[in-house]
Every structure is written in C-alpha cells, then in structure tokens.
Design a protein around this ligand. Structure first.
Ligand SMILES: [Zn+2]
Length: 195
C-alpha cells in the first residue's frame, strides 16, 4: 500500500484540501480531485504503466486492493455521486482491449455503493485540428472532444474516474462537458496524482 497523499488543490498544488482552491476555481470545471497515491512513487507508476501499456490485467488485483485499503481516505464529499469514466476514444479501446478508466469507475461504484453510468463519448481529433494546435498544448485544444452519450440523463453529482491525474487538462475537459449538460458537481477520483 503506497503512502497516502497530502491534500492539495489539484491544479496549483496549494496544500490543505482536495477541493479546487478559490484562486483556481474560475479557471476550471472540476470541483476537486481525490487521489490515492503519488504518481511519482516508482511502484505505483510501474503498476499503472504495466496495466495500461502492457495490458497486464493481473495487476488489477493489486490496484484494487490499494483502493479498497485507501477508500476511507479518498471518499469524495457530498455523496451521492454517480461514478463515470473519462473514456478512451473507441479506436484506442479496441487496440488495448479494455478501458482502464472504466475499470476504476466500476471499483468506485463497488466501494461506495453508487451507480456506475457511462455518460461520455470521446471523439478522435482530426489531423487538421492537431496541426492547428502547433504541436503544443493550447487552451481550448480539448474543446469538443467529449460528448454526452445519447439517451442518458446527466446526474447532478458525478464522480469522474480515471487512472492518473497529471495536468488535469483532459479530465477537466470532460468535467466541462458534464457541467454544460447540467451536472452541478463533478469530482475527480483517480489512483495516482502527479503531485
Ligand atoms: Zn488552486
């Protein structure tokens, strides 16, 4: 079991709370992020990379045990939430055979006894869009990447699940899509956080 993380604003790393701080709040859509372990921990990083890139699903047992042991420390505030994954785009999921964020959402659902709902679809960026970004990350680059699935009602409180939180750009783009569709609170829930 990796050492627990200190509570910080996930975007500016200000210590004190996992909730997005007052200074960052006007810039982002997520309300906060609960994370189990530091991504800088070599054991955590290796476990996640083995899972994600080598497709080794045996490692899931270890990851799930870590989450179960740490669940009390990373319980999101203000339940009830619906667990939802930050989805891979379909091509990537086909290639990998599974979507690790969706597995994390299933675990959150089981641990907290909350519904697990697939709310989002991820579109592939076209080559021309990638070119326009000039090879560097720009504000708005992820606009329009996520869409709400047809025929789903967006719940008020969403626990947005993924394996890793680093810059937060992708998960925040997903949070934006959910909030624009009516979600009142979107809280991130990840195995590892960059800092
Ligand atoms: Zn902040």
């Amino acid at each position: 079991m990796p050492e627990p993380l200190s509570a910080r604003c996930p975007f500016c790393h200000r210590l004190g709370s996992d909730r997005v701080c007052g200074a960052c709040r006007s810039e982002v859509y997520l309300d906060g992020v609960s994370a189990l372990a530091p991504y800088g921990n070599p054991v955590v990083r290796k476990a996640l990379q083995t899972w994600k890139y080598d497709g080794d699903r045996e490692i899931e047992k270890v990851l799930q045990q870590w989450l179960t042991a740490g669940a009390a420390h990373i319980t999101p505030p203000l339940a009830p939430f619906h667990a939802c994954a930050v989805p891979l785009h379909e091509g990537k999921q086909r290639q990998r055979g599974f979507d690790q964020a969706d597995v994390v959402a299933q675990w959150a659902s089981g641990l907290y006894g909350i519904p697990h709902t697939s709310l989002l679809v991820r579109k592939t960026k076209t080559a021309s869009q990638a070119k326009r970004a000039g090879g560097s990350r720009q504000v708005g680059e992820l606009d329009g990447v996520f869409h709400i699935r047809r025929d789903v009602a967006v719940p008020e409180h969403v626990l947005l699940c993924d394996d890793v939180f680093t810059s937060g750009a992708t998960i925040d783009a997903a949070a934006r899509t959910l909030k624009e569709a009516g979600a009142k609170q979107v809280w991130g829930w990840v195995i590892a956080r960059g800092r």
